[in-house]
Design a protein around this ligand. Structure first.
Ligand code: AHR
Length: 524
């Protein structure tokens, strides 16, 4: 009876996950031909005062029964440490252009409303010191977005002096009195957010005038950031590929070409969500192959978008001094039923893992210009790394992609050649596989291969020149279904598993599951 049941179960599984014969993929790479550096900041995160992104997600308060260090959740800190978060963009988002930093320091916090996100009370319990403590606990760096929308250059200049001054100014003494005598490091400074929309609905020309003045007056005084580690100033850039956005890039970059000593920028931001159309209507869980194929097809538009804006930047900045910083990207689906629609709560599935890998690979292919990216958003909001519910925590499939990609931080691109083939579903045709390779800081060779096809395994024949490749080992991430998720109750449905291969006839043979993301190191 038992074996009959097992037999029946296997038949049902075979129907639920139709599989066809493995597809051969030839992949070759030359380890002796290193390309651009993959800036670790491509793996940045974004944490906005939105829904449970900050409160509950990071902050529980020191009197909470949830284990914490000075109010910050220990479980979340440990999980984020493991993915080596290079920088966190904070406090927004749209929130940043209504944020007044003085509400978030000292013993008396300004209690405000959060009109952008659900109209809820913003207690400002998490302000500058708490955010910086969090950054320090996880070993990351601060990317602070200043209020260019409703604030003034003076307000932002004071905030930077408060955070970074080492000399005994009034603001430096105030910071010390509030518990932090040493200056904070601010690695990146956002000069507004989406100033063409929620950041003040400005024209490019008006934004430019304001931005120049913020760029001049908002100074970083941290002595450790004077010569090296200088703070990078990132201007608001486009939010899409249409003409209004290419015009915006033209206007800012043309001005940059003629900039004088008194203002400068080091980056131009780009925001692009995978949404198909607004308002977001795709489900984040409980979907099928139609939605899998359409979302992944749409996400690949990121490549053209980067090419389009990079071409304009090349015209005015051929030396690529200004980085393109994709500081908001990721999937944006319909809010989970029953959640506050202003909190942007969604589940995170195997589809999101594939989506993350495809985008990260696109960024690395443009690594000479794209030197920063921040997925939206780190915890409990949009394409999150982590989901929390009071004391419970779940790591998402996207989290595991970031974990597997850690060796690519500050690595050097190694060109990889392959015939991607195609995966077709209905009206959608996508490359069947995607791949990327790089040499990590310690000289090791790493390869990433994504098998987009949800039915066919990929039989990869990897030919390596430049080193004598004997074996490969690493991790692979796949799941029973395209919409498989990790929940608080069942947190390990989508987790990486070990994978390895030995060289045969001078090639490494890797058998990759359908809908999978794989990262291996090549051993000589
Ligand atoms: O990430 C959510 C919101 O999306 C951000 O606040 C805003 O910048 C963008 O429109």
């Amino acid at each position: 009876m038992r074996s009959l049941l097992i037999g029946l179960t296997l038949i049902v599984m075979a129907i639920a996950v139709p599989r066809t014969a493995a597809q051969k993929v030839e992949l070759s790479l030359d380890a002796s031909k290193p390309g651009a550096k993959i800036d670790r900041n491509l793996f940045g995160q974004f944490a906005e005062h939105l829904g449970h992104g900050i409160y509950d997600g990071i902050w529980v308060g020191s009197d909470s029964t949830i284990p914490n260090t000075r109010g910050i959740r220990n479980d979340v800190v440990a999980a984020l440490k493991a993915i080596h978060v290079p920088n966190i963009r904070w406090p927004g988002g749209c929130f940043a252009d209504g944020y007044h930093w003085r509400d978030g320091i000292g013993p008396q916090r300004g209690v405000r409303l959060n009109p952008d996100w659900g109209g809820v009370i913003e207690p400002n319990t998490v302000g500058t010191h708490e955010f910086m403590d969090f950054i320090e606990q996880i070993g990351s760096e601060a990317y602070v977005s200043v209020n260019l929308g409703s604030g003034s250059p003076q307000e932002a200049a004071d905030w930077l002096e408060y955070m970074t001054a080492a000399q005994a100014t009034t603001l430096e003494k105030e910071r010390a009195a509030n518990g932090h005598p040493a200056p904070y490091k601010v690695a990146r400074l956002g000069l507004g957010n989406e100033s063409w929309d929620c950041g003040g609905n400005m024209t490019a020309e008006y934004y430019l005038d304001r931005m120049k003045s913020f760029s001049h007056f908002v100074r970083n005084y941290n002595p450790a950031q004077m010569e090296k580690d200088q703070m990078l100033k990132i201007a608001v850039g486009p939010g899409g590929g249409e003409q209004r956005w290419t015009d915006w890039t033209e206007t800012v970059m043309k001005a940059y070409q003629q900039h004088t000593w008194s203002w400068d920028i080091n980056g131009l931001s780009l925001h692009s969500y995978t949404v198909v159309k607004w308002p977001p209507a795709f489900k984040s869980v409980g979907f099928g192959e139609d939605e899998y194929a359409q979302i992944l097809k749409t996400t690949l538009d990121m490549d053209d978008l980067i090419k389009k804006h990079s071409a304009i930047m090349d015209k005015y900045d051929p030396q690529k001094k200004v980085a393109l910083v994709v500081d908001e990207w990721g999937s944006w689906y319909a809010p989970l039923p029953g959640s506050n629609p202003g909190f942007l709560v969604q589940q995170n599935s195997m589809r999101d893992a594939v989506l993350a890998a495809l985008n990260l690979n696109i960024f690395t292919r443009h690594a000479d210009r794209v030197r920063g990216a921040n997925i939206a958003q780190m915890i409990n909001v949009l394409q999150a790394m982590i989901l929390t519910d009071h004391e419970k925590m779940a790591l998402t499939p996207t989290y595991y992609v970031y974990k597997m990609y850690v060796p690519f931080q500050d690595s050097t691109v190694v060109p990889v050649a392959f015939d991607a083939g195609s995966y077709k579903h209905g009206d959608f045709t996508l490359p069947r596989v995607d791949a990327m390779a790089a040499k990590s800081k310690d000289g090791k060779l790493w390869v990433e291969i994504t098998n987009v096809d949800p039915h066919q395994a990929a039989e990869v024949e990897l030919a390596v020149t430049g080193i004598n490749a004997k074996s490969a080992s690493g991790e692979t991430l796949t799941a029973p279904q395209v919409d498989s998720v990790n929940t608080f109750e069942v947190p390990n449905t989508v987790v990486p598993k070990p994978i390895s291969a030995k060289a045969q006839g001078g090639k490494l043979l890797l058998q990759l599951e359908p809908k999978s993301v794989t990262v291996v190191s090549i051993e000589p």
